[in-house]
Design a protein around this ligand. Sequence first.
Ligand SMILES: [Zn+2]
Length: 138
Amino acid sequence: MAVVLVAEDDQDIAVILTRLLTRAGHLVVHRPDGLAAFEHAVAARPDVLLTDLGMPRMDGLELTRAVRAHPDLADTPIVMLSGHLHPGDQQPVEAGCCAVLLKPCPNDKLREVVQELADRGPHAHTGAACPAHHPVSA
Ligand SMILES: [Zn+2]
């Protein structure tokens, strides 16, 4: 079981993700934008951060950079889930994401990536490189 922080401004998608990850055995905390998610992460230090890209106040890239820049959060595994990226887009990886999934992402793929990062646990990124090294996957 891992504590998964979900940053997602679309309430319908948030409900789906919460249900999916809860059924997979995780404890899910949802925040509706990047800033609220960051504030929660600082306070509660989740095991895995699952973030949308486009969100109000602070988007997924800004959230990822903020987490990587924070001394207590820098090693947190981060998964980005977005419908707006093109395969091969390097921005999320450069910002420090461990994995990038494109919407609609198959449920088993999402479960697998979150579980893998939860098992791996906190890990340092040297520069932008993640040792888990997931390319963008559909
Ligand atoms: Zn990583």
